[in-house]
Design a binder for this molecule. Structure first.
Ligand code: ACO
Length: 311
């Protein structure tokens, strides 16, 4: 790729032009997007599992209907995102194979277990809350298909976040046992939710280039701080405490200070060593294998139709 091409591309980016599938683009730009959109799609698909776990045990019909809708939305987001990645020349089969072989990453957050009903509330509140914080700026991503997909996804995520917060609010206002369930769940999910934003800026391999290409609009640490600033007052409103003794309002900076994140835990989970990594991939593999007959039947049907058209 010659200098002049890269310069002309950067000019388009700087002028806030959207890049579309058939436009010339640097190989690195394409590769970064395939990686990020693919990882994002996998996260939505794997993200159905921890909550799917509670659909049959939701405490009321209303809760069950909302949870079912939410998990279905996540499946839809995954398909949307796979379609966005396909515009860059990668196939869904290829991406799925990379997920199942462990080559492609998905969000660390989905490798934690959901032992209590309160976790369904906390996931909506914190995990979807963090996802929105990260995804709103992606609506302005320089790559058109990704940016447009994010608009609808963010609307649905905001419903997910509110349904979660409402579950936690109900528990927090309930019996002492229910309040304890909510607190216990917050204790388990707080730090993993902060890790969702990715490594701190000094260790983030891709941030600088992704910011220059306007794929990312904020750094990992900036978004993490925004999330903390928005969420700590919500915990206070619920009468719950975030499990960080160093978390306090800092008048000078106008932000909440926070304690050190356990990056060893983050990398261990990212590399496959979390509590649920093995189960998650095994579940996805089973779903993919069980669906083989559907793919085969669809293919056979398409071939038959083509033959009939040609005859
Ligand atoms: N879980 C797993 N892997 C992660 C995470 C995480 N929470 N955060 C960062 N990583 C990986 C990156 O993929 C990268 O690995 P790679 O080089 O092998 O691809 C490595 O850690 C270094 O991180 P960064 O250089 O900071 O990577 P990047 O610039 O891509 O930033 C981020 C990471 C913020 C997650 C970005 O990819 C992004 O915004 N993605 C879209 C949103 C998304 O995927 N959300 C999924 C969870 S939300 C949901 O599904 C409901």
């Amino acid at each position: 790729e010659d200098e002049a091409f890269l310069e002309a591309f950067q000019k388009r980016i700087d002028a806030e032009e959207k890049i579309e599938p058939n436009d010339p683009m640097p190989g690195g730009y394409r590769k970064t997007l395939v990686r990020q959109i693919g990882q994002h799609a996998h996260s939505e698909i794997v993200g159905m599992l921890p909550e799917g776990n509670w659909i049959t045990r939701a405490p009321t019909l209303r809760r069950k209907a909302a949870l079912l809708a939410k998990v279905q939305d996540e499946g839809g987001h995954g398909l949307y995102l796979y379609a966005a990645a396909e515009t860059l020349g990668v196939s869904r089969e290829q991406m799925t194979e990379e997920l199942l072989s462990g080559k492609a990453k998905y969000s660390s957050i989905f490798n934690y277990p959901t032992p209590s009903w309160a976790d369904i509330g906390t996931i909506g509140w914190l995990v979807d809350g963090a996802a929105i914080m990260n995804q709103i700026p992606l609506c302005r991503c320089s790559y058109g298909p990704y940016a447009r997909a994010m608009i609808r996804v963010c609307k649905e995520e905001s419903f997910h976040q509110r349904q979660g917060y409402e579950i936690v609010m109900t528990l927090a206002k309930g019996s002492p046992e229910q309040k304890q369930m909510a607190q216990d769940s917050l204790d388990r999910w707080w730090w993993p939710a902060l890790m969702m934003f990715g490594p701190s800026d000094k260790d983030s391999a891709h941030s600088e280039q992704s910011m220059a290409w306007k794929i990312k609009r904020f750094t990992n640490d900036e978004l993490r701080q925004q999330f903390i600033d928005a969420t700590v007052p919500q915990a206070e409103f619920l009468g719950l405490k975030v499990p960080d003794p160093d978390c306090r309002w800092n008048k000078e900076t106008g932000h909440y200070d926070h304690g050190e994140i356990d990056w060893d835990e983050f990398w261990r989970v990212v590399k496959g060593g979390g509590r649920m990594n093995r189960d998650r991939i095994a579940d996805r593999k089973k779903a993919w294998d069980d669906g083989a007959w559907v793919r085969e039947a669809a293919l056979a049907h398409a071939e038959k139709r083509r033959d009939r058209m040609e005859a």
